[in-house]
Design a protein around this ligand. Sequence first.
Ligand code: NAD
Length: 419
Amino acid sequence: VYDKIQIPAKGERITVNPDFSVNVPDHPLVPFVEGDGIGIDVTPVMRRVTDAAVRKAYGDKRSIAWMEVYAGEKALKLYGSNTWLPDETLDALRRYVVSIKGPLTTPVGGGIRSLNVTMRQVLDLYACVRPIRFFPGTPTPLKESESELTDMVVFRENTEDIYAGIEWPADSAEVKKVINFLQREMGVTQIRFPASSAIGIKPVSREGSERLIRKALKYAVENDRRSVSLVHKGNIMKYTEGAFRNWGYDVARHEFGAQPIGDGPWCRFRNPRTGQEIVVKDVIADNFLQQILLRPEDYDVIATLNLNGDYISDALAAQVGGIGIAPGGNIGDGVAVFEATHGTAPKYAGKNQVNPGSMILSAEMMLRYMGWTEAADLIIRGVAGAIAARTVTYDLARARTAITAPHKPGEHPKATEEV
Ligand code: NAD
């Protein structure tokens, strides 16, 4: 029994199987966080689109019993006393397994780093999953034919790496202690300016790497994908990023029966569901950023560390024009929170102007995760149809410009909006 959260009478709990797959009843209880700022614009639209897709796909047989849970400014109003992320919200997200959220304001000061980061840590949502796909008609910085070749799903490790926030500022007593330890006990000589250095620590574990890469490999099997690429800087950071790569190949060989291609380390295995071959390969992160522009068709599922994943997800989203419509999910062992990847855009809040695409496509990922693929497919068709028909919000409309008049050197070309 919760304090503020009302549990709908009609609806059942999604549960997690021992292999971390989920059991979804026909009328599952699904928690949602409306979100701050433009959450009020995009979350209701997402619910309407999702309900319509589910009704169209399954009639009365299936429906979602939405259950509102609170975080951010709405929680603060409702629970008071500086409660941005109530315990009962975290409990509901865990207990009801699959949920979706709008963007949340990051409170300034008050000792809270970020609600999103806290949520990921407390619920151990160790994989940040971002599908990157192109919808024809979306304005992108590439030629349409090149954008069309970009179709990837990024699995970014969410809990480790230099991103874990273990660092000490220059001149602090703590950093002096760490530098002292490194120099005296560990024989480190290569800190260039020890007197004025800050220090950050990069933990990368076998367990953390294996569970992320295992998830990416399973995804490739379940979604009939052609390859999984481990993206790393192991040439420089041998024991962290290099180990990530080696542990990845170990998982592919030991748990998926992959066999080396030639002398290895690239390897391959047959998808037990479809018989298709899945190739497991690796690529150095800087080269990868070139390759996604030069040969995007060579890449499919991507597994990478936290910081690389941050850069790669945004670069790929831009490549398909999708920063404003890029969806995401944070997934642990069963428990998953899907979310729009943009922020709260406070300037537009309540004006019914912003793009609900990111939130709608996050719901599409959620339906697919629940195994409701027919409804998910309908959402993809709907979004693709709306973009192709140019029924789009201002962010896509204003990017779709064409040069109309010839211009002299030094003169700015005149651009007109096509939509
Ligand atoms: P933002 O994403 O809110 O805005 C960046 C730009 O994108 C702005 O120009 C905005 O108008 C535009 N934009 C964002 N979403 C859009 C949409 N759906 N349709 C059209 N245009 C859209 O990022 P910001 O300004 O850096 O951050 C604002 C607040 O959001 C901060 O409090 C930040 O902490 C928070 N934030 C939350 C999340 C999250 O909850 N996942 C993510 C990023 C930022």
